[in-house]
Design a protein around this ligand. Structure first.
Ligand code: ATP
Length: 240
C-alpha cells in the first residue's frame, strides 16, 4: 500500500500548560473520507487548526510521504491542504464570485492563471452558487454559505480538504445535501478530513472514523463498524 496522504504518528497540542490533544495517531489515505466525531470540547477544532498550522503542535506529520515537523499555514496551503473553518469566514460584503476568486489566490501564486476554469468546475459541483454568482455572500442561506465556503476552499485545488462542522446550524435536509456533495468530491480525487458533532450524518458519508474524547482517540474504525459499535450508538447516535 502507498503511504497515506496525511499521517499523524503521535500528535499533541497544548494551550499553554493545558494539553488539548494527547499524542493521537490518525491517518487519511488518498481518496478517503475520514471523520472525527466527539462531544463539545473534545479537541476536534483544535486538531484541524493545528494540522493547518494555525496552532503550534508537537509530534509532526507527514503529507504525501514528506515529513513536516512543524506545520505552518503557508507550507500546508502550498502542499495542497485547505481548511473550511467552523465559522465559514466568508467576505459578506463581497459577491459569491469574488469570494471564490479569493479562494483561487493560491492557484495564482503557483502560476496557474486558470481561476476562471476552476470556477466553472466549482459551479458544476455547486450549481446553486452559479445562479447566485453576483449575490452578496451575506444574503445567502446557511446551506448556500456552507457551499460557498467549501467552494472557496476547493478553488485552490486541494488534495486534502478539512471541514470543521459543516452541518452546524443547518436544517437536516440541507445537512444531507452538503454532505452528499462532500461524498461526491471523492470522485474528483480530493481526500476529506471531516470534523462533526453530527455523528450519524458524518459516519454515513465517511469511510473511516475516529471518536475523539478529551483529546484522545476513544474508538476508531471503518464508519460502518462504528455505526454498529454499542458504545458509539449509546453515546453519539442515540435511538433512531
Ligand atoms: P466544539 O465542538 O465545541 O468546537 P471541539 O471538539 O472542537 O469542541 P476544541 O474547541 O478543540 O473542541 O477545544 C478542545 C479543548 O481545548 C477544550 O477543553 C477547550 O476549552 C480548550 N481550548 C480551545 N481553545 C482554547 C484556547 N484558545 N485557549 C485555551 N484552551 C482552549
Amino acid at each position: 500500500m502507498s503511504a497515506p496522504l496525511l499521517n499523524l504518528p503521535k500528535f499533541s497540542v497544548y494551550y499553554g500548560p493545558v494539553q488539548a490533544i494527547h499524542g493521537i495517531a490518525l491517518e487519511v489515505a488518498e481518496g478517503e473520507i475520514v471523520t472525527v466525531i466527539g462531544p463539545n470540547g473534545a479537541g476536534k477544532t483544535t486538531l484541524l487548526n493545528a494540522i493547518m498550522g494555525l496552532l503550534p503542535s508537537q509530534g509532526g506529520l507527514t503529507l504525501g510521504g514528506d515529513t513536516i515537523a512543524r506545520p505552518t499555514v503557508e507550507a500546508m496551503v502550498r502542499r495542497g491542504v485547505a481548511l473550511v473553518p467552523e465559522k465559514r469566514e466568508l467576505f459578506g460584503e463581497m459577491s459569491v464570485g469574488d469570494n471564490l476568486l479569493l479562494g483561487g489566490f493560491a492557484l495564482w501564486r503557483r502560476g496557474q492563471r486558470d481561476q476562471a476554469a476552476r470556477m466553472k468546475e466549482i459551479f458544476a459541483i455547486f450549481p446553486r452558487l452559479e445562479e447566485r454568482r453576483a449575490q452578496m455572500a451575506s444574503t445567502l442561506s446557511g446551506g448556500e454559505r456552507q457551499m460557498l465556503a467549501i467552494g472557496r476552499a476547493l478553488m485552490s485545488r486541494p488534495k486534502l480538504l478539512m471541514l470543521d462542522e459543516p452541518s452546524l446550524g443547518l436544517a437536516p435536509l440541507i445537512v444531507r445535501e452538503v454532505l452528499n456533495i462532500v461524498s461526491a468530491l471523492r470522485k474528483t480525487g480530493v481526500s476529506v478530513l471531516l470534523v462533526e458533532q453530527n455523528a450519524r450524518a458524518a459516519l454515513n458519508v465517511a469511510d473511516r472514523g475516529y471518536v475523539l474524547e478529551m483529546g484522545e482517540v476513544a474508538v476508531q474504525g471503518p464508519a460502518q463498524t462504528l455505526m454498529h459499535d454499542q458504545r458509539v450508538i449509546d453515546t453519539y447516535l442515540g435511538v433512531g
